[in-house]
Design a protein around this ligand. Structure first.
Ligand code: ATP
Ligand code: MG
Length: 336
């Protein structure tokens, strides 16, 4: 049985962009494959502490798991939900892999360069987290790791470490699928990029300061509607899907399609040639506030107890699987 592994950091509330671009596609993929694959959904809490956390990490983690459930994740015996720090093998294997990885290849990681840029002194976690990520993946023999393009380089690093290790010590790790196969598996030709509502040339990001730039999953539906109504558009007075020349309008059409489930092409046709942007905004504002109302109702109906129960089962499973793999790696180095 193949293993599909995914995680999402819980440092703050997620945006509509995170939901439509990452969470929802992942939930759909999990539901599609959970009959014949292991679906490992883990909360990378050790990755969280490489940067600031908004609020309390423990409650953020519980909320993130509720997000998956509210987004429609179907639970069966193949779906395993766990917290990284509750499976100590992640940190243990990370150390072993630290002794396999080179400074050269780790220093080349773009995420490290970007995240450390402008910081007078950055913590070692920011440098080392791709190696922890490799451990997260290799402990479970995961083949597919659905992630955004910003993480593709880390998958290549994981593959290189696994191959180097196997070459030296024998076939211990499953080498995850290469990037092009990961993309094919996810069934996307290009990633969804929801744009910033005020500056639609940029993508919507949770770390953007301006409140009206982004819709948060815990926004009051009426407040979210207002944000859509005040979104930046253009002065061309023609509804057309053209991300380059009309990113604001195109973003609204894209959001409308993803939130309602109507194919983008049909949304584009329905609005083609319309000149009143206000009408489009009103429709999108209704769709988004309607979606948030339903999502927030579902979220409120999920109890903490339900989440803890899933974590208890998931962490029991994860420790069992991960410890077997860790022991093999320890034996390779004659630690055991
Ligand atoms: P930050 O500002 O802290 O970088 P972010 O909103 O960019 O936050 P990440 O934590 O970097 O979010 O990414 C979480 C997941 O959400 C990733 O899989 C990423 O590809 C996806 N994602 C982030 N922003 C968008 C967006 N605007 N549209 C679609 N997907 C997105
Ligand atoms: Mg980001």
């Amino acid at each position: 049985m193949k293993t599909i592994l995914t995680g999402i950091r819980s440092n703050s509330v997620l945006t509509l962009g995170n939901y439509l671009g990452a969470l929802l596609p992942m939930v759909r993929l999990a539901n599609k494959h959970s009959k014949d694959s292991n679906i490992n959904i883990f909360v990378p809490d050790l990755h969280s502490i490489i940067s600031d956390v908004d609020g309390d990490l423990r409650s953020n983690i519980i909320r993130t798991i509720k997000y998956y459930l509210a987004a429609g994740l179907e639970i069966n015996e193949n779906v395993h939900i766990y917290r990284q720090s509750y499976v100590p093998a992640h940190s243990e294997l990370c150390w072993i892999l630290n002794c396999v990885a080179t400074m050269g290849e780790t220093s080349r990681m773009i995420q490290y360069k970007e995240k450390s840029k402008g910081q007078e002194s950055c913590n070692v976690g920011i440098f080392d987290y791709p190696i922890l990520m490799a451990a997260d993946i290799l402990l479970y023999d995961a083949t597919y790791v659905p992630i955004g393009e910003d993480q593709f380089q880390h998958i290549e690093l994981t593959r290189n470490l696994a191959m180097r290790f196997n070459h030296k010590f024998g076939e211990i790790f499953t080498v995850p699928a290469k990037t092009s196969d990961q993309i094919a598996f996810m069934g996307v030709n290009e990633g969804i990029r929801i744009r910033d509502l005020l500056n639609p040339e940029k993508k919507m990001s949770k770390s953007t300061k301006a409140e009206n730039s982004k819709i948060m999953l815990d926004d009051e539906p009426a407040k979210a509607a207002k944000k859509i109504m005040s979104a930046t558009t253009d002065s061309l007075a023609k509804v057309k899907f053209d991300m380059f020349n009309q990113p604001g309008i195109s973003n609204l059409l894209q959001i409308e399609s993803l939130v309602t489930g109507v194919p983008l092409q049909d949304v584009i046709s329905a609005w083609a040639g319309e000149t009143r942007y206000g009408d489009l905004k009103k429709k999108v504002a209704e769709s988004v506030s309607g979606m948030l109302t339903v999502f927030q109702e579902k979220l409120a109906a999920i109890s903490d107890e339900q989440v803890y129960e899933l974590l208890e089962q998931g962490e029991k499973y994860a420790n069992k699987v991960a410890n077997v793999k860790l022991l093999e790696a320890q034996k390779a180095f004659h630690l055991r």
